[in-house]
Design a protein around this ligand. Structure first.
Ligand SMILES: [Fe+2]
Length: 339
């Protein structure tokens, strides 16, 4: 097996993207000591939000979103909060990830912190989340989204993150700072489909929108304390983090996951993410698409049959290569974000 591919996902590439700094001294992540994985009290399915069978054809499971459950132990919370403070000065400097979104964040925290990387990579966490999601998951193969951190914006009149869907299939939002000190800053999801959300706000879900959705259809996730997080099928759940009413520390960690095996349907939107200006993002996305395409091509070697006709062979080749070629075509047609 290639040294770049672990059992279930891609290893981080060698080296560091320009400007990212590795933390000097860190505790070693120990799942026994730092994790405290518990079950959520409530799980909401995608069909209960109004999605139809046709909408769900590409979804790997019916799991939609759940209430917050405990992820980190007290010892885990203490280390994670300290590391988030230490990485703050090295957060990404770019503005938002879409047309209407603005925040203060770190993408690719696993480059800066080995503890964070090992937490996101932990087999115990992946197994727990896979059971919850009803489909096998592994740490996301694109390091930028494998372990993100959101901080409250400097200007609290702005939302921490406006209404949007994510560019990945599954992600966790975990409170790292103490939520009991917060006035505002709630995490909310829309009890409906993303199509309805888009229509109500007049925006594309992945680009986000700052207007309000009807109160009676908005659910707020309660975080009992730091170290609790919830999971969502991020590309299907319309969600936001509200603005703070008073300046306060609000730090969340957002580990993302890919659906496995590497031949499985996965909603990672490489084209959308290729517009981000993170250093290294294009290479990260190209590796992801190359990895998934290679797996589909390998499967195709067995799947192609001698009696497949001309059109069937074309169709099978297209299915195996389409995401990679679309990504490649889009790259050729767009400028260099870091030029
Ligand atoms: Fe999100």
């Amino acid at each position: 097996m290639s040294p770049h591919i672990s059992a279930d996902t891609l290893n981080f590439p060698n080296g560091l993207p320009t400007g990212y700094r590795r933390l000097a001294k860190e505790p070693t992540f120990d799942a026994q000591k730092h994790l405290q994985l518990e079950q959520p009290g409530e799980t909401i399915s995608l069909n209960s939000l109004g999605y139809t069978k046709a909408d769900l054809r590409e979804c790997p499971s019916m799991f939609g979103v759940c209430s917050a459950f405990r992820i980190l132990s007290d010892a885990g919370i203490e280390v994670m909060l300290d590391l988030c403070h230490k990485m703050y000065s090295n957060r990404n400097s770019s503005l938002g990830t879409g047309n209407n979104r603005l925040g203060s964040y770190i993408r690719g925290a696993g480059y800066r912190s080995q503890f964070v990387r090992d937490f996101c990579d932990s087999p115990e966490l992946a197994e727990h989340l896979s059971n919850l999601a009803g489909t096998p998951l592994a740490r996301h193969s694109v390091p930028a989204v494998a372990c993100g951190i959101n901080y409250a914006p400097e200007d609290i009149s702005r939302a921490v993150d406006s209404w949007h869907t994510d560019s990945v299939s599954f992600d966790v939002v975990m409170m790292v700072s103490d939520p009991s000190n917060l006035d505002g800053g709630e995490f909310q999801y829309f009890s409906g489909t993303k199509h309805e959300g888009e229509q109500l706000l007049g925006v594309k879900a992945e680009h986000g929108g700052t207007a309000d959705l009807p109160d009676e259809r908005v659910t707020t996730i309660e975080f009992p304390k730091a170290g609790y997080g919830f999971m969502q099928q991020g590309n299907m759940i319309f969600h936001r983090a509200c603005k703070l009413n008073q300046r306060a520390e609000r730090i969340t960690m957002i580990p993302s996951f890919v659906v496995t095996p590497s031949t499985a349907n996965d909603a990672t939107n490489s084209i959308n993410m290729s517009a981000w200006d993170d250093p290294g993002i294009i290479t990260e996305l190209a590796r992801h698409e190359a990895w998934r395409s290679a797996a589909r091509l390998n499967e195709l070697v067995d799947d192609l049959q001698l009696n497949d006709n001309h059109d069937m062979v074309i169709e099978k080749l297209e299915q195996a290569l389409k995401p990679l070629l679309s990504f490649h075509e889009n790259l050729k047609n767009t400028g260099d974000n870091n030029a």
